[in-house]
Write a protein that binds this ligand. Structure first.
Ligand code: PEP
Ligand code: MG
Length: 547
């Protein structure tokens, strides 16, 4: 038995034959041609065919993994129209009087190397996409076949790397899992794997030869291990675990569509946390009742300059429309501390977690804040958007926010720009906010408790410092008492209170939160059904009596 470690992209266990997937190497020869016009006409025809193929892949992905994840094939179609890419191909053909296959291969290499050398993670990952479209064009131009070799039984695919188009072409019924030597956990391929719910590993240093190909394998997505040619004991143990997981998963699936209500009738809103519109498919698949925290700062972090009002509006609108009337709580930008954005040009700080961040930036740079607010108010006309303000410590801050909001609405009205009336709430993530939550509750529509920061500030422990992990007690009575007080004060003022920090997903506390009267938990999409199960099995009255 051989054991290889990788990074897990999706958990679960797969047991079956391993099939090593090798990409058909495109051997491109450089040949002189005389009719450059005819050569470029071949290029145009290949592009047209590639666009058709990508549309087919988009349609397939749309059905199987949802709109947000199918979007990569739209991006590929756009890349085929990229001016720089096309100019490079044309230039090579015309200036060197060579065949278009050579021009495409050279352009693909140059562009993917250029992307790979960029600092930005997102741009670096585009290198694989450029390669992918170039390979597609070459396959069409040379008339060679493409895709996975047809297997006659479901297999564990082991590959050097897989492009998004290759991943989506996998016949789901014939693929038990995939394991790649390269690839990052943030790549589109990894995201697609998660959406397909196939156990998958990336960054697994295993040989792609006969020592692996055709052998029996076990992929354990929870530990990130692939066992090649497992011994009897390992096989028996993993089969047992697979059965257990399957059983659990089946049970959870039956909970889709069910209301989150306890045995004694207490209801809970179970929402999802997202950082990106790409996460929407998971939100839908896990039957979230809404989005409880959209960390909008990721829109800023992904870019190297301020996102425009229009860019933001399109994103917020898409989320609101996709959620079709379900509540979507968008948190205004929470830049600062660990989330640094160069173009905000912030000064060095001794204590950034206690520094210039989140609402403090928004209130001192109203133009940045107003751009986001305009986008949010406009998008509110397309669904049930709620706005949430982070890092609040005082009533004065809320009063100032309200003044700025009033200015934004007046401007939109003056420009005859339609907008909605979103609910407006705040995060309770500072001890100050928790202590004066009775006063804050009079000013807003809802509270969402950010336990990550609330714990950090209450216990005076830097949440980024791994050396302090043993002191970071998220069940500390001070934190739990604050949560309880905040919920009580919210209810006294007639508003609801939820939790969107990581503690909300702690299943050992679900019953306690219900007992405190927490109205909403916003968790990562995969935690929704397991929490629903606990809610359905809980009798809050009995739990309270026994505590
Ligand atoms: C929190 O602090 O609990 C929270 C949800 O916000 P973030 O983790 O983004 O700081
Ligand atoms: Mg926070």
């Amino acid at each position: 038995m051989k054991v290889y470690n990788g990074k897990s992209v999706f958990s679960g266990i797969a047991i079956g034959k391993i099939s090593v997937y090798k990409k058909g190497e495109q051997q491109v020869k450089r040949t002189k041609i005389s009719d450059t016009g005819a050569e470029l006409a071949r290029y145009e025809a290949a592009k047209e065919k590639a666009t058709e193929q990508l549309q087919g892949l988009y349609d397939k992905a749309l059905k199987e993994v949802g709109e947000a994840n199918a979007a990569i094939f739209e991006v590929h179609q756009m890349m085929l129209e990229d001016l720089d890419y096309n100019e490079s191909v044309e230039n090579i053909v015309r200036s060197q009087e060579v065949n278009v296959e050579y021009a495409v291969a050279a352009t693909g290499d140059n562009f993917s190397r250029m992307f790979a050398a960029m600092d930005d993670d997102y741009m670096r990952e585009r290198a694989a996409d450029v390669k992918d479209i170039s390979e597609r064009l070459l396959t069409i131009l040379t008339g060679s076949g493409s895709g996975m070799a047809a297997a006659d039984e479901p297999v564990i695919i082991v590959a050097d790397d897989l492009a998004p188009s290759e991943t989506v072409q996998l016949d789901k019924d014939m693929v038990l899992s995939f394991v790649t030597v390269h690839g990052s956990t943030n790549s589109h391929t990894a995201i697609l794997a998660r959406m397909m719910e196939i156990p998958a590993l990336v960054g697994t240093k295993l040989p792609l030869d006969d020592s692996v190909d055709g052998k029996m394998g076990i992929v354990d997505g929870s530990t990130g291990i692939i066992y090649v040619d497992p011994d009897e004991q390992t096989l028996a143990k993993m089969k047992e675990r697979k059965e257990e997981e399957l059983h659990k998963k089946e049970l959870l699936q039956t909970l889709k569509g069910r209301e989150n209500v306890t045995l004694d009738g207490q209801k809970l809103m179970l929402y999802a946390n997202i950082g990106n519109i790409k996460d929407l498919a998971m939100v839908m698949q896990n039957d979230a009742g809404g989005i409880g925290l959209f960390r909008s700062e990721f829109i800023y972090l992904e870019r190297d300059q301020y996102p425009t009002e229009e860019e933001q509006f399109q994103i917020y609108r898409q989320v609101a429309e996709t959620m079709a009337g379900k509540r979507v709580i968008i948190r205004t930008l929470d830049i600062g501390a660990d989330k640094q954005c160069d173009y905000f040009e912030m000064e060095h700080e001794e204590n950034p977690a206690l520094g210039y961040r989140a609402i403090r930036i928004c209130l001192t740079r109203p133009e940045v804040f107003k751009t986001q607010l305009r986008a949010l108010f406009r998008a509110s006309a397309f669904g049930k958007i709620a706005i949430m303000y982070p890092m609040i410590t005082s009533v004065q801050e809320i009063k100032r926010i309200k003044e700025i909001v009033a200015e934004v609405k007046a401007e939109l009205t003056a420009h005859k720009t339609p907008f909605g009336e979103p609910e407006q709430g705040i995060m309770i993530e500072t001890p100050a906010a928790a202590v004066i939550s009775d006063l804050l509750a009079e000013e807003v529509d809802f509270f969402s408790i950010g336990t990550n920061d609330l714990t950090q500030y209450t216990l005076a422990i830097d949440r980024q410092n791994t050396k302090l992990d043993e002191f970071y007690d998220s069940h500390h009575p001070a934190v739990l008492r604050m949560i309880s007080t905040v919920v009580e004060n919210a209810h006294k003022a007639g508003i609801w209170a939820g939790i969107c920090g990581e503690l909300g997903a702690d299943q050992t506390l679900t019953q306690e939160f219900l007992a405190m009267g927490v109205d909403e938990l916003s968790v990562s999409p995969g935690s929704i059904l397991p929490i629903r199960k606990i809610v359905l099995e809980t009798n809050v009255g009995e739990y309270k009596a026994g505590r």
